[in-house]
Design a protein around this ligand. Structure first.
Ligand SMILES: Cc1ncc(COP(=O)(O)O)c(C=O)c1O
Length: 409
C-alpha cells in the first residue's frame, strides 16, 4: 500500500487550468480573482463580507487588531487547537486565558467559560475565540448569548469547518462563519484544509465597519478612498508655488485628489493574497460540497467500524453538521497504535498537543493539571486519514490495521 497521510490536497486539471490562466493574466497579485474569491466564499458561507488574506494566522492577527486587542487584554480560548488561535492575542500584547474542553465534543466548554466570567468583575475579559475543532461546529448561539451578557466580542476560528454548521434553538442550520453570531470568523486554505490555495486565509463578517477596517489593515493601513482622507487637497496636489493665489484657489475647487495619492492612516501589514492563489481557491471552492459529502461518508465508515469496540474510548462520530477536517479516535496505547500504523505506511497524526502546555505558554504560569479534560484527551487522541480522495480500499486497510493492532495486543 502506498503511504496514506492523515490529510492530502486534491488538485484537478481544472484547478491547474485556472491557475495557469491567472498566471497568464495581467495581475499576479491585487487582481480580479481576489474579489471573485471573496464574493464566492461569502456566498458559500452565507456572510455579508469576506476578506481574503495571506494565511489563517494573518486572518487571526487582523481580527485581533480590528477588535482593538491591547496590552494586557484578557481573551479566552481552547487549549485544543493550533497555536495560532491563541497567538493572535499575544501579537497584540493581550493575555491568553485557556478554558477546558468538553470531553465529549472536544470543543471549548461553555460552562468553563461561564465559570471564568462569573468569577471576575465585568470588564476583566474582552473576547472569546471558540474553535470549530476538527470540523465540529461550536454552538455559537449559546456563546453569543453569554458574550452579550459580558460585553465580549467573538472571533470564531473556523479553519476546520467551511461547510460545517450547528442547528440553532429554532431548528435552523447556521453555517460556521456566517456572521450571525460571531463578530468575525476566520478560515485557512493550507493544503490539508477543505479548500487549498497553498497558503491563504479568509475573514468573514456581517459588520461593515469591521470589514472596512480589515481591508485597510490588510494592506499597510492604507486607504485610497477619497472620502476618508485626512490630509488637505492642497497638500495632496503638491507644489503650487508657480501659480497665483487665484489659480490655486480655483484649481483646488475643481480638482479632486490626484490618482497617485493614498494615505497610510494606521499601522497595518502586508497580508495580501495573490491572484493565482485565489484562482486555485475559487476553483477548489466549486467542489467544496462534494468534498464535504465524501468526508461525511468516510466519517460514517469509521464510526460504524469502531462504534462497538471497547478499545475505542471516544470518536468524532457521524454527525450531520460536522465538516470532518479531522476524524479523531481516542484509544489506550496510543503510542503503540501510532507506531504500528506508521510501519504499515499509515501516517496518522495527533491534534493537538494542548496549547497551554507549549513551553511558550508555560512561561505565563500554565502547568499540567490546569486543563484536565484537554490533557486527558491529548493522552488518547489520534487523527485517522481523512481527505476526500481517500479510496475505500485505503480506508478499509486503515480500519483493518487498527483492529489487528488491538486484537494482537
Ligand atoms: C484551528 C486553526 N487555526 C488557525 C490556523 C492557522 O492557519 P494558517 O496555517 O493558514 O496560518 C490553523 C492552521 O493550521 C488551524 O488549524
Amino acid at each position: 500500500m502506498d503511504p496514506i497521510p492523515y490529510g492530502r490536497q486534491h488538485i484537478t486539471e481544472e484547478d491547474i487550468k485556472e491557475v495557469v490562466k491567472a498566471l497568464n493574466a495581467d495581475y499576479l497579485t491585487q487582481g480580479p480573482r481576489i474579489d471573485e474569491f471573496e464574493e464566492a466564499f461569502a456566498s458559500y458561507i452565507g456572510s455579508k463580507h469576506a476578506v481574503a488574506v495571506s494565511n489563517g494566522t494573518a486572518a487571526l492577527h487582523l481580527c485581533a487588531l480590528s477588535l482593538n486587542v491591547q496590552e494586557g487584554d484578557k481573551v479566552i480560548t481552547t487549549p485544543i487547537t493550533f497555536a495560532a488561535s491563541a497567538n493572535c492575542v499575544r501579537y497584540c500584547g493581550g493575555e491568553v486565558v485557556f478554558a477546558d474542553i468538553d470531553p465529549d465534543t472536544y470543543l471549548l466548554d461553555i460552562e468553563n467559560v461561564r465559570g471564568l466570567l462569573k468569577s471576575s468583575p465585568k470588564g476583566t475579559y474582552k473576547g472569546l475565540i471558540p474553535v470549530d475543532f476538527a470540523g465540529r461546529a461550536v454552538d455559537l448561539e449559546a456563546f453569543r448569548d453569554l458574550a452579550d451578557k459580558h460585553d465580549l466580542w467573538i472571533i470564531e476560528d473556523s479553519c476546520h469547518s467551511p461547510g460545517g454548521y450547528f442547528t440553532d434553538s429554532s431548528g435552523t442550520d447556521q453555517n460556521c462563519g456566517n456572521g450571525k453570531f460571531a463578530d468575525l470568523a476566520i478560515f485557512s486554505f493550507h493544503p490539508v484544509k477543505h479548500i487549498a490555495s497553498g497558503e491563504g486565509g479568509m475573514i468573514t463578517t456581517n459588520d461593515k465597519e469591521l470589514y472596512e477596517k480589515l481591508l485597510k489593515l490588510r494592506t499597510h493601513g492604507i486607504t485610497k478612498n477619497e472620502s476618508e482622507y485626512e490630509n488637505s487637497l492642497d497638500f495632496a496636489v503638491g507644489s503650487t508655488q508657480n501659480l497665483s493665489a487665484e489659480e490655486v484657489d480655483s484649481k483646488l475647487k475643481t480638482q479632486s485628489y490626484p490618482n497617485w495619492y493614498m494615505e497610510m492612516q494606521e499601522l497595518g501589514y502586508n497580508y495580501r493574497i495573490t491572484d493565482f492563489q485565489c484562482a486555485l481557491g475559487n476553483s477548489q471552492l466549486k467542489r467544496a460540497n462534494e468534498g464535504i459529502e465524501r468526508r461525511r461518508e468516510i466519517a460514517k465508515n469509521y464510526y460504524e467500524a469502531f462504534k462497538d469496540k471497547e478499545f475505542i474510548k471516544g470518536q468524532s462520530g457521524s454527525l450531520d453538521g460536522h465538516a470532518y477536517h479531522l476524524y479523531v479516535i481516542e484509544v489506550e496505547e496510543r503510542l503503540g497504535l501510532y507506531n504500528y500504523l506508521r510501519k504499515q505506511n499509515i501516517y496518522a497524526q495527533i491534534h493537538y498537543i494542548p496549547c497551554h502546555l507549549m513551553p511558550y505558554y508555560r512561561q505565563f504560569g500554565w502547568e499540567e493539571g490546569d486543563m484536565p479534560h484537554a490533557e486527558n484527551y491529548y493522552k488518547h487522541c489520534i487523527s485517522l486519514p481523512m481527505f476526500p480522495t481517500l479510496h475505500a480500499k485505503e480506508q478499509d486497510f486503515v480500519i483493518d490495521r487498527i483492529h489487528e493492532y488491538y486484537e494482537s495486543n
